[in-house]
Ligand binder design. Structure first.
Ligand SMILES: NC(=O)c1ccc[n+]([C@@H]2O[C@H](COP(=O)([O-])OP(=O)(O)OC[C@H]3O[C@@H](n4cnc5c(N)ncnc54)[C@H](O)[C@@H]3O)[C@@H](O)[C@H]2O)c1
Length: 328
């Protein structure tokens, strides 16, 4: 199949591109190479997918450009069967600082993708959404009937795009699915996230640093499980028109996470606490029954297994990954 991965040089898009190429598909990745973190990491993601194409039957083509570029998107869509739409200004804090960019990239860019997909009769658009669409929890774990009251421009943009995706399904019959990812981690993960920060600091003999009191809880989802959910949707139409949670097996407090990382790397280190940051959700926890029912999604890693896999990967890739994390 011909697969278009938007945000294809990013963390999740990079993994999606590599995995589809490895399965023998032809992937076009589009990315604006936004310097939200060190773009060396994005260049590495592109190289990994290129390497996969050289060593499998799959094909890979990288296009530097924006999903807001109507002509470019239209041209790429003419050659596409299925779209995995990951391009976005990610990050809650970045959205608090630059809400206008979030509207442009996340909302306008997504609408450009949906409109071109409709025009070219694309088989499916799988849209990367987020647990941020929920906002303050009225109960946990969140199921998809929970009210949506995002607490950041980022969450508001993700909710808007979900509605567009659903409306394009209902009004135009375009097959769309939104996956509400709950904090994703694993090899090549974005810098400036709790797990990459904690591992990087502990590896350098520094205490992990927590924003706030550490009582916040999060559902951390391993990248392999995110890939599995996305791969199921390549041919499965049972979730068309739907939005669903893609989370892990359980949630964990940030302090417990920091302790787990610290204990795995250097149990003699302290934990450091600093000021909380705007827009961060206090608690997230996914009820994944809908994804299990509709597409058979079952997460495979609990947080301790995933963290231990990530630490092993970090140790093996420290020479190139750590400088990029520190530079971000
Ligand atoms: N990582 C997580 O924990 C997480 C959680 C929930 C949702 N998500 C969503 O998953 C998707 C992928 O996230 P990620 O963690 O891989 O982030 P990322 O920042 O690593 O990847 C996003 C990529 O999109 C690109 N991009 C941004 N604006 C663009 C534009 N206008 N045109 C083309 N490319 C553009 C960026 O350059 C970047 O490479 C995003 O939509 C994000 O909102 C991620």
């Amino acid at each position: 199949m011909n697969i278009l991965v938007t945000g294809g040089a990013g963390f999740i898009g990079g993994h999606l591109a590599e995995s589809f190429v490895t399965d023998g598909h032809t992937v076009t990745a589009i990315d604006i190479l936004e310097p939200f973190y060190d773009i060396g990491l994005k260049e590495h993601n592109i190289e990994v997918a290129q390497y996969a194409a050289e060593n499998t039957d799959g094909g890979y083509n990288f296009v530097e450009g924006s999903v807001t570029d109507t002509e470019l998107v239209d041209r790429l869509m003419a050659e596409t069967d299925v779209v995995y739409h990951q391009a976005a200004q990610a990050g809650v804090r970045a959205s608090v600082e630059e809400p206008t960019k979030v509207t442009k990239y996340n909302i306008n860019g997504s609408q450009t993708i949906l409109e071109a997909a409709r025009k070219h009769d694309i088989d499916r658009v799988v849209n990367a959404s987020s647990s941020s669409v929920y906002g303050k929890p009225q109960y946990l774990p969140y199921d998809e009937d929970h009210p949506n009251e995002p607490v950041s421009p980022y969450g508001a943009s993700k909710l808007a795009v979900e509605h567009y995706a659903r409306v394009y399904n209902e009004v135009y019959g375009l097959p769309t699915v939104s996956l509400r990812y709950f904090t994703v981690y694993g090899p090549r993960m974005r810098p400036n996230m709790a797990i990459s920060n904690f591992v990087s600091r502990c590896m350098r003999g520094e205490p992990p640093e927590i924003y706030g009191d550490g009582e916040q809880t999060r559902d951390f989802t391993y990248i392999a499980d995110i890939l599995d959910a996305n791969h199921r949707l390549l041919t499965d139409d049972s979730a068309d028109g739907e939005a669903m949670n893609i989370g892990s097996t359980d949630n964990i407090s940030i302090t417990a996470l920091a302790e787990a990382v610290r204990d795995a790397i250097d149990p003699t280190l302290d934990i450091k606490y600093t000021d909380a940051r705007d827009g961060d959700a206090e608690h997230t926890h996914a009820n994944i029954e809908k994804a299990t029912r509709l597409i058979g999604y079952e997460p495979t890693r609990d947080i301790r297994e995933g963290v231990s896999e990530f630490i092993s990967w970090y140790e093996q890739n420290r020479d190139w990954y750590e400088p990029l994390v520190l530079n971000s």
